[in-house]
Design a protein around this ligand. Structure first.
Ligand code: SF4
Length: 338
């Protein structure tokens, strides 16, 4: 097959990146192929740092051959390229032996990172590999133009490379992986059509709750809150669904968990995120210390106007997707759960 043929095949498949952004895969590949440079890099992002998102782990466990095949197709499509599988420390320990056997005599190497959630952001990932400070870079330039060591770099996640292998085998049927956790009857990772609605996903996996519930969908802690009357929409983002029993979930505790996660995982580079996340955490800590607190009313929040102002600032002025994404769970929770 000619090199261009596989990109045409990718385009015809309609495959979009499965790391969260949903960008057409063929466009990234075409950009790298068109970029000038004597050396090009292909990075398989296996950092998967969001809580309750475990689909890459599932693929590494069950389909490592397909993953490596997908990366090898990228190597043969993009000339003068070398590939790196960028694994979080846990996945590195778990899958190193299996992967090393599969990459013998190929230009693929493993890289172990321990950079947390932010380490999965595509430009932060480049800094981590280069041994630089854990923080995102300004875009443009995009990694496809100037990525690792200033060279054109293709970054796709594990699931995307898995589907690339399926496309090469003519076995791609527009499916994706969904992770279902929380108060679910059947927790796990499921392979289902990409255009299924949330309701179809819950029913097909025997996870439609028989109790009052709400969901958090998309990307773990940064996912949106979705109510039972909103289940006719498909699922975007990283494919995670967390089911919450409305009667047993303390909403303020849940929000505090998100705030602590973002406080721990952000890089402090920009003021809106650094100060915003700190103050959200303070507001929730203070509220939870008050024993008379009722978690069911907006008016019970210390200062909902201040909280909303912080969230607006986070969404509009944060430097990278982590800060912008912080606003999503809080804003949707405030609107729908109080
Ligand atoms: S938004 Fe947050 S994580 Fe992103 S650069 Fe700013 S401080 Fe760092």
């Amino acid at each position: 097959m000619l090199k261009e043929d596989f990109i045409t095949k990718l385009k015809q498949s309609g495959l979009t990146g499965r790391g969260g952004a949903g960008f057409p895969t063929w466009q990234k590949w075409q950009a790298i192929q068109d970029a000038s440079g004597n050396k090009k890099y292909i990075i398989c992002n296996a950092s998967e740092g969001e809580p309750f998102v475990l689909k890459d782990k599932y693929i590494l466990e069950n389909y490592p051959q397909e993953l490596i095949q997908g990366i090898k197709i990228a190597l043969s499509t993009i000339l003068h390229s070398q590939a790196i599988i960028y694994l979080n420390s846990t996945y590195y320990q778990l899958f190193k032996t299996t992967l090393e056997k599969l990459i013998i005599s190929s230009p693929i190497i493993l890289f172990q990172e321990s950079a947390g959630y932010l380490g999965g952001e595509e430009t932060t990932l480049l800094n981590v590999i280069e041994g630089k400070r854990l923080e995102p870079r300004i875009k443009p330039p995009f990694p496809t133009e100037s990525g690792l060591w200033g060279q054109p770099t293709l970054i796709n996640n594990v699931e995307t490379f898995y589907w690339v292998a399926k496309i090469a085998q003519n076995q791609y049927t527009n499916k994706r992986f969904y992770c279902i956790f929380g108060d679910a009857n059947h927790q796990g990772t499921f392979e289902l059509p990409n255009d299924y609605s949330l309701k179809q996903i819950l029913k097909e996996t025997n996870n439609y709750p028989d109790f009052p519930f709400f969901l958090q969908v998309g990307g773990g802690a940064s996912g949106s809150i979705i109510m039972p009357n909103e289940l006719d929409q498909p699922l975007s983002g990283a494919g995670s669904i967390i089911i919450f029993n409305k009667e047993t979930t303390n909403i303020l505790d849940l929000m505090k968990g998100w705030a602590e996660f973002f406080l721990r995982e952000n890089c402090d580079q920009c003021v809106p995120c650094r100060e915003g996340v700190y103050h959200i955490n303070e507001i929730l800590q203070a509220k939870l210390k008050k024993p008379s607190t009722a978690s069911k009313a907006t008016s019970s929040l210390l200062d909902p106007t201040l909280l909303k102002d912080i969230l607006t600032s986070l969404a509009k002025t944060s430097f990278c997707p982590l800060g912008k994404g912080v606003a999503i769970p809080f804003t949707t929770a405030l609107r729908k759960l109080f």
